[in-house]
Design a binder for this molecule. Structure first.
Ligand code: SF4
Ligand code: SF4
Length: 471
């Protein structure tokens, strides 16, 4: 491997003058690229379809931050379920961390929406309109003639349309697909504010995919910046086998009928194809780098070259540093075991909490500033507000409350037997009356059962105030 580490002082997409060095990657082809196409298109279909799929009437995935409604895999989450949301997020982070420790940036190359949209949608359109690397470089350097103007206008228009479609899908995640379809039916003139938001999202996506591109992965993405702390020499990454590639006397251009082994040269023929195909503009032969998104394009390209010159494939492959330097195969390290154990515990907690989660959540609180009231026949009355949240997609009918811990009565101001509509909140005021003789102190904890008809669906507690003399 090149012992000169100067390449780490700069990034491949910024020139020495500090200007953007535009990358014109060669069109990839090969085994991994074909697999990645399948995975990417399946994920694209999922990404676009998820806000339009309904499970029990709930949108499959929704992140409505404005109304604080979240659906994950068809489960509606309310702000009251925020702890579940946080645990899900922590699990997601540990899952990605575990994968990174074990398999490097595999997520970036195979699953990240940025890579999928950039490499499998926008870049492919670019190849279709502008041609492969050589043609793109020539077009870039060419004066603004009729062909360049035609190609640029076509490309920018197609990019804009796709950015607009992505913005629509993004909005369906944010405000809900029903709402979005309703707005489209009404026409843009009825919802100018939403249209403005849509155009801002479109502009952001256009900027990212038409111009900012690989800079997202190199500069902006926090996950990319974490690689330095997550990776170690046992992590499997896209790596150049420098032992094999450099030999004793380094890499050298290929010459027919030359005995490279006798001359001490490695298998790398310095054809630079792995560099030309790289969408982040790096030379993987320098070693693992921050810019590498593990897209596998260089593996495919080098395999093609090796095949052509009759050498074994895999000069660039998925491998760890220790595998290349010491021929130690992949092992499940203590760090990976630790992450896996934490992940298993958290997933157990999440599943448990999901099962224990009630479909209807009740909160009963004493009305602030109100004391108790003495009534006839030694009865003490307290006034409360209640909130019932129906997290299901079905209405919960015939609601009534019963005291489970004490003998007493519960009276709703608006009357009992009401329904809580699907995914709605119902709130109001109620009185609890308990005979003083049944109270054990001046601040009894009372247990209340929430019933739908005769079925007990939730229990909750509240404090019941009484005069000191009743202690
Ligand atoms: S593609 Fe393979 S042979 Fe060609 S320069 Fe890269 S590592 Fe060397
Ligand atoms: S070095 Fe290889 S795997 Fe990494 S980004 Fe470049 S082409 Fe993709």
């Amino acid at each position: 491997m090149d012992s000169n580490e100067n390449f780490r002082d700069s990034i491949g997409t910024i020139s020495e003058e500090g200007k953007r060095a535009w990358v014109f990657p060669k069109k990839p082809s090969g085994r991994f690229y074909t697999y990645r196409k399948y995975v990417s298109y399946a994920l694209l279909v999922f990404l676009v379809a998820a806000p339009f799929i309904k499970v029990n009437g709930n949108q499959f995935l929704m992140f409505n931050v404005l109304e604080r409604k979240f659906n994950i895999f068809g489960f509606p989450f309310w702000p009251q379920d925020f702890h579940l949301f946080v645990i899900s997020m922590i699990i997601g982070v540990i899952f990605i961390a575990l994968f990174t420790v074990a398999f490097g940036r595999i997520f970036c190359g195979w699953m990240c929406p940025q890579t999928i949209f950039m490499e499998m949608v926008f870049r492919r359109i670019e190849y279709w309109i502008d041609g492969d690397r050589g043609a793109q470089i020539r077009l870039d350097r060419a004066p603004w003639n009729a062909e360049k103007i035609r190609k640029r206008l076509l490309k920018w228009t197609v990019f804009f349309i796709i950015s607009f479609l992505i913005a629509n899908v993004f909005l369906a995640y944010l405000i809900g697909s029903d709402e979005l379809i309703g707005y489209v039916m009404d026409g843009p003139s009825q919802h100018m504010g939403t249209l403005a938001a849509l155009l801002i999202f479109t502009a952001v996506f256009y900027f990212v995919f038409a111009w900012f591109r690989e800079q997202v992965c190199i500069i902006a993405c926090p996950y990319g910046r974490m690689q330095g702390v997550l990776l170690d020499d046992k992590s499997v990454v896209v790596a150049y086998d420098y032992k094999r590639g450099e030999g004793e006397n380094g890499r050298k251009k290929f010459r027919k009928n030359e005995d490279r082994e006798a001359l001490g040269h490695g298998d790398c023929i310095d054809c630079l194809q792995c560099v030309h195909v790289c969408p982040t503009g790096i030379d993987i032969r320098n070693g693992t780098q921050l810019e590498c998104v593990n897209c596998t394009a260089c593996i495919d390209e080098c395999d093609t070259i090796m095949e052509k010159i009759g050498y074994p494939k895999g000069l660039i492959r998925y491998a760890s540093e220790v595998e290349i330097s010491d021929k130690i195969p992949f092992k499940f390290t203590p760090r990976m075991k630790g992450y896996a154990a934490v992940l298993t515990v958290l997933m157990g907690v999440l599943v448990g909490m999901l099962f224990l989660r009630n479909d209807l959540e009740a909160t009963i609180l004493r009305l602030p500033g109100q004391l108790y009231e003495r009534k006839e026949n030694n009865m003490i009355s307290n006034v409360y507000t209640y909130k019932l949240i129906n997290k299901t997609s079905q209405s919960v009918p015939d609601i009534n409350f019963k005291l489970l811990s004490h003998n007493g009565t519960i009276t709703f101001v608006k009357g009992s037997g009401f329904d809580v509509p699907a995914q709605e909140l119902s709130e109001g005021t109620l009185f609890i009356e308990i005979n003083n003789a049944a109270l054990s102190g001046d601040k009894d904890k009372v247990k209340i059962g929430v019933y739908s008809g005769d079925e007990l669906i939730e229990t909750t507690t509240a404090r019941f105030l009484a005069p000191h003399s009743y202690k």
